[in-house]
Design a protein around this ligand. Structure first.
Ligand SMILES: Nc1ncnc2c1ncn2[C@@H]1O[C@H](COP(=O)(O)OP(=O)(O)O)[C@@H](O)[C@H]1O
Ligand SMILES: [Mg+2]
Length: 288
């Protein structure tokens, strides 16, 4: 097919030889099958920030690092340079996550390079060598559903052990390759330690898996793997071998009532003092 405008720089740089077909034009990106030498690969062309939807929200990008404070200030001010930095940060987040996760033993497409707003990666294929279908498009027996669910839970745990939460994990972002499920679409990947809403994102990802596989194996619908995984993560006991039961632990630690009351009283006093200071009234016993 005719080389789309956005892929021309890669053709000129010799990274891509031919564009074979267009796979998908989703909300965030347009995906092409390309030929690089004698290999067939996948090229994901990111859409402009303006055309993108929810994924750029602060809730996802919180805690992401920039190289220096000049860039951070420019991004805060929203200057043109700042916006360009933000774009690069967003696009590089996916290739960074792919390299990191592949190293952590997560089955993701092998990344090659991200340049000119295009991510070049392995094309995930099925047993026939065709482009792999999305999980959403395959029928599963109850056994196969349980097996894939367990495998994907372990992938989620591996990701979390590497400090990453997918953030948009669902049957639309998992491909069924010849060798099993492959997780894709990671520009919104979340830094588990730096993001205040990490737990919410993790539990939603895990819940999406239970809901999807629960169609084929209904007993999965009532499991609590997300909570359980998070409890292990917070307690520092999560490893890729941690046995999971699907039940979250009930917190039986007795509450220290006296301590709690003291804490509340101290907070109340601080708040009162703050109010007095704001109103310009000096605190009793202090003549400032
Ligand atoms: N490496 C890949 N191999 C095969 N197909 C892919 C690959 N990456 C993406 N796709 C296809 O393109 C679609 C969109 O890609 P995705 O990364 O999910 O972007 P979007 O943000 O637009 O959802 C996927 O649902 C999948 O069908
Ligand atoms: Mg997607």
């Amino acid at each position: 097919m005719k080389v789309p405008q956005r892929l021309r720089p890669l053709v000129e740089e010799g990274l891509v030889d031919d564009v074979l077909s267009q796979l998908m034009s989703g909300k965030e990106a347009t995906v092409f099958v390309v030929r690089c030498g004698d290999e067939v690969r996948c090229a994901k062309v990111y859409k402009d920030a303006k055309q993108r939807s929810f994924k750029n929200a602060v809730s996802y990008t919180e805690g992401r690092k920039v190289k220096n404070s000049r860039q951070a200030r420019a991004m805060e001010k929203g200057t043109r340079y700042g916006k360009q930095m933000q774009e690069e940060l967003w696009q590089n987040a996916e290739v960074d996550a792919l390299f990191k996760l592949a190293a952590a033993g997560v089955r993701v497409p092998k990344p090659y390079i991200c340049t000119d707003g295009v991510l070049l990666m392995e094309l995930v294929t099925d047993a026939e060598g065709d482009v792999a279908p999305r999980l959403n498009d395959v029928e599963l027996s109850p056994e196969r559903a349980r097996e894939c669910h367990q495998f994907l839970l372990n992938q989620v745990v591996r990701m979390l052990c590497a400090g990453v939460i997918h953030g948009d994990l669902s049957e639309y972002n998992i491909l069924m390759a010849e060798d099993g499920p492959v997780i894709i679409d990671l520009p919104q990947a979340i830094d588990a330690a730096a993001n205040n809403e990490a737990q919410v994102h993790l539990q939603r990802d895990v819940q999406n898996l239970a809901t999807y596989f629960g169609q084929f194996a209904p007993e999965l619908l009532t499991t609590q793997y997300g909570k359980e995984i998070w409890q292990h993560y917070v307690a520092g006991t999560l490893t890729t071998e941690t046995p999971l039961t699907g039940q979250a632990r009930i917190d039986n630690t007795p509450v220290d009532m006296a301590g709690l009351m003291q804490e509340i009283e101290a907070t109340r006093r601080e708040q009162e003092a703050r109010l007095r200071r704001m109103q310009g009234i000096s605190e009793p016993g202090r003549d400032n």
